[in-house]
Design a protein around this ligand. Sequence first.
Ligand code: GLN
Length: 278
Amino acid sequence: MELVSIEQILLASFLKIEPIDARMLLQHVLNESQVFLSTHPGWRLTSQQILVFNQLVKRRAAGEPVAYLIGERDFYDLTFIVTPAVLIPRPETELLVELALERVPIEQYCRVLDLGTGSGAIAIAIAKHRPLTTVIAVDISIDAIVVASRNAKKIGVTNITIINGSWFDVMAGVKFDLIVSNPPYIAEGDPHLEQGDLRFEPKLALAAEADGLACFREIFVAAPEHLNAGGWLLVEHGYNQDAACRQLMEEVGFIRPFSLPDLAGIMRVSGGQLENNF
Ligand code: GLN
């Protein structure tokens, strides 16, 4: 039987895929840490492990995202289950979680709504860090609801309710202190949708009409009637949508809308607050 070491199989795979991807796939196949890989270069793989790893390398070389191949992705300080039914959580979305947590006091009861929750990454990160808060997470996709529910169970949050529905349709008469959303915002027909990981992600979670602004319009118009006085709205958006988001927020009654850049310096999250006597 052929004996192949960690070092040998990694080197061979670097000809086909990025080293960082190869290491993540091998960690997954061996169920070992990054440290184990670097400290055991001579460790021999079983023939089954070689087979499984080589199949994953082939799929990665054909473009499939690493997160879908290994079935998980780290986000904030948690690890989320991901399937092709949901968008892969992105580091820039952690800004939305941080800004949300700044507005939800730790020792007070609050109500938070996450619209278009997908894997549940945003809603579950908020619920985990604010145990007294009740989080409602909504998604139109039943497949996404299944993934978000699995994540809530795995991560062990109980202060969250995950509901199937379209934006506020299932929220008649319900009010919150904070509404967050990372809706689809890429303009339909944008060539990026046909590139990289995006090709494998659900279009429903990525693309929106009206230059990608359609969902913001829908959410912003209905948000004030679902917020308590002084309540906040926070959304993630595309690199060129901050001014449009601030303007739309102002039009529907939010005061002093603001935008903040992500770590790459790209305007990524915009927010607004209702007057205290709204
Ligand atoms: N940030 C994602 C991207 O551009 C898009 C996410 C979204 O549409 N909500 O890859």
